[in-house]
Design a protein around this ligand. Structure first.
Ligand code: NAD
Length: 276
């Protein structure tokens, strides 16, 4: 059902996945199980979401071969010290019931906590690859300066940067800096966490193309080449969100959606430069 994107470390990732932020632990096994039944093969979780064990449960229950699945988790903000990176990564693996994780990200750079040292955190995450328990290492919410610093000081380029991207906040500066370094962009909150779904311009494109607003927005991301993992706990919406590879938006429609950019005011989440 999905395309794949080649990463700079020789691996590849399904362009469409399933997000699990705010999926309560007690609902996660059923929700992720439903997503796997609907055809999703890429699941995005995080230590912070408190649902890794239940994601692991869904994976085990699905009976799907491990190599058909792509699983991502992220380092929680309290775990940036290198020893904690190693220890809590192992704990994530145990909770997920995996021998190897596909992708592990630093969730937030936290540029003023830990004496401003997210470089040793990055080195510790990247070093996990050598131990055979991780395929790809990346970052999340890294601004251009943060990327320059970790690459300049370690020489190691992240495979992905997972950042807030949607029509109200296309985040072009962080996107462009990532792509310039050969880092794939993962667009979190691809539907603006729901905010873009009621947009009139999106609605008119949806009506004209016979698609839903969610499909139009997700297709816009796909045509930009970004990786997306929309979240829904509703099976019909999961299926709807996955039916985005059988149509194309015209250049005019893409331009109209590009025009929805609200600048810094469009950002829904915290500013990574000040979030600590
Ligand atoms: P999203 O943009 O995927 O929007 C989710 C909202 O849209 C939910 O309220 C859902 O009910 C609604 N929705 C989904 N499909 C719909 C449809 N077809 N019709 C109508 N409503 C629909 O927001 P998100 O979940 O925050 O982002 C996706 C994923 O990105 C998360 O689940 C998580 O995995 C990841 N994420 C990462 C970070 C980070 O800091 N790295 C931050 C936020 C989210």
């Amino acid at each position: 059902m999905t395309a794949t994107i080649d990463l700079n470390d020789g691996t590849s990732i399904p362009q469409l996945g399933f997000g699990t932020y705010l999926v309560p632990p007690q609902d996660t096994a059923a929700t992720v199980g439903s997503a796997l039944e609907a055809g999703y093969r890429h699941i995005d979780t995080a230590q912070m979401y408190g649902n890794e064990a239940e994601v692991g449960q869904a994976v085990a229950d699905s009976g799907l071969p491990r190599q058909e699945l792509y699983l991502t988790s992220k380092l929680d903000n309290g775990n940036h010290r290198p020893d904690d990176v190693r220890r809590t990564f192992e704990e994530s693996l145990t909770r997920l019931g995996l021998e190897r994780l596909d992708l592990f990200l630093i969730h937030w750079p936290l540029p003023t906590r830990y004496d401003g040292d997210y470089v040793s955190t990055w080195k510790a995450v990247a070093d996990l690859i050598g131990e055979g328990t991780l395929r790809s290492a990346g970052v999340s919410n890294f601004e251009p300066d943060h990327l320059e610093r970790i690459i300049g000081e370690t020489g190691i380029v992240p495979a992905v940067n997972q950042i807030e991207v949607h029509p109200y906040f296309p985040n072009e500066r962080a996107r462009e800096a990532s792509l310039r370094h050969g880092i794939a962009v993962e667009a979190w909150g691809p539907l603006g966490q729901g905010a873009v779904l009621g947009d009139e311009a999106v609605a008119s494109i949806a009506e004209r193309t016979g698609r839903t607003p969610a499909q139009v927005i997700l297709r816009w991301h796909i045509q930009r080449g970004d990786i997306v993992f929309p979240k829904s706990m509703n099976r019909a919406r999961m299926e709807e969100n996955a039916r985005i590879f059988d149509f194309e938006l015209s250049p005019e429609d893409v331009r109209a959606i590009n025009g929805l950019d609200r600048g810094p005011a469009g950002r829904g989440g915290p500013d990574p430069n000040t979030f600590d």
